[in-house]
Ligand binder design. Structure first.
Ligand SMILES: Cc1cc2nc3c(=O)[nH]c(=O)nc-3n(C[C@H](O)[C@H](O)[C@H](O)COP(=O)(O)OP(=O)(O)OC[C@H]3O[C@@H](n4cnc5c(N)ncnc54)[C@H](O)[C@@H]3O)c2cc1C
Ligand code: SF4
Length: 329
């Protein structure tokens, strides 16, 4: 681990000031991802701005409905918050499917969204990786690519985003609130993450000089008909091979609205609104769910070790929708 300097910010303006006045500076929240990456020399900040003293640790009602999750609320406090459990059980389940109890006690909501990929080569500094070292190449494309993308990948990077929480937030259509030198702005979660393209080193559209202050949940939480299904190599403490967050708005057994977000398959949580729209006005049944699942994976392309994910994604979508619709499988 390289040496670095450290300051503790008192408020958002001083955090932004600290960040901009130090070269190669990073914010640190729970530290559960950043410190791991610093220890193995994958991330090399020269200065850390500790933001854990900034407040931003409460969950509040929003005017007009919805909840505002402070950026520094822990994953555990979010998942077990009475209103989140009651109104957004999909999000609770997504968060609790991730990491371990100890990690969730420390990990913050903003830090969770900004965790880096779990591509093996990104972690191995002896191998080329365009995300870690732009222009060096991608070791995964012709390497061991079991946990890699089947959708939206590029010739420069086939990594996936590892956050479970982000998949739940994508289905709920949450908004990320950020502050930077130009003031505050809101980024819909659909625009927050990027596809790798020819700039895989950039995971999100958050500015280098911006801080996440909160995550806004809209009023609709799909609390009656939801599912978060995570398929992984071990039953716990493992990242998703394929995950599905599903929310249905039902009128009897007819679907009024459907939301489906996939994790573990792309550089960002994967939505396909035109495929979701195919369910509107349709009966909730396996046949209709299979049609939409086929549409979701249309255009998917796997690699040597992850081809299986295409069928896994298809079946997982059907299963999650059956669970959300409360149909016996
Ligand atoms: C063994 C293990 C298993 C795990 N399994 C899972 C899993 O299955 N699913 C899952 O989703 N996650 C999993 N995780 C990841 C874990 O959820 C993340 O490490 C954690 O959520 C990161 O939060 P943090 O507060 O510790 O972030 P930090 O490590 O402090 O920060 C992460 C990044 O976010 C930036 N940052 C933090 N807060 C802000 C802010 N407010 N504004 C701007 N930038 C900010 C930091 O600069 C840093 O770049 C696992 C982690 C480990 C170690
Ligand atoms: S998939 Fe992306 S993160 Fe993994 S080696 Fe290739 S460039 Fe690096």
């Amino acid at each position: 681990m390289r040496s670095f300097t450290y300051t503790r910010a008192k408020d958002v303006p001083s955090a932004l000031q600290d960040l901009s006045s130090h070269q190669d500076a990073k914010f640190i929240a729970g530290g559960t991802n950043l410190l791991d990456l610093m220890k193995i020399d994958v991330m090399k900040p020269r200065h850390l701005v500790d933001i854990t003293g900034l407040g931003m640790k409460s969950i509040e009602e929003r005017k007009g409905g919805g909840l505002r999750l402070g950026a520094l609320v822990t994953n555990a406090d979010t998942a077990y918050h009475e209103q989140v459990e009651k109104r957004y059980p999909l999000l609770s389940h997504a968060i609790l499917a991730g990491a371990s109890a100890q990690l969730r006690n420390k990990a913050t909501d903003a830090g969770n969204l900004l965790q880096r990929t779990r591509c093996y080569y990104f972690y191995d500094t002896a191998t080329p990786c365009n995300k870690r070292e732009p222009g060096s190449g991608c070791s995964a494309i012709n390497g061991y690519n079991r946990n890699h993308a089947i959708l939206g990948h590029s010739e420069h990077c086939i990594a996936t985003h590892p956050s479970d929480m982000a998949v739940g937030l994508a289905a709920l259509e949450a908004t990320i609130r950020v502050t930077g030198p130009q003031g505050e702005r809101e980024i819909p979660i659909a625009d927050f993450y990027r596809l790798p393209g020819d700039m895989p080193q950039k995971d999100t559209n958050l500015g280098e000089d911006e801080i996440i202050t909160a995550i806004d949940l809209p009023s609709r939480g799909f609390a009656d008909n939801y599912a978060y299904l995570k398929n992984r190599d071990r039953a716990s403490y493992a990242f998703a091979l394929v995950s599905v967050a599903a929310g249905l708005e039902m009128d009897g057994d007819t679907i009024k609205e459907a939301r489906i977000a996939l994790g573990g398959v792309a550089h960002k949580p994967w939505r396909k609104p035109e495929a979701e729209a195919m369910l509107v006005g349709k009966k909730a049944n396996r046949e209709n769910f299979m049609t939409v699942a086929d549409a979701y994976v249309q255009g998917a392309a796997g690699f040597k070790y992850n081809e299986f994910k295409i069928e896994l994604a298809r079946r997982s979508i059907v299963r999650a929708l059956m669970q959300a619709a409360k149909i016996d499988q």
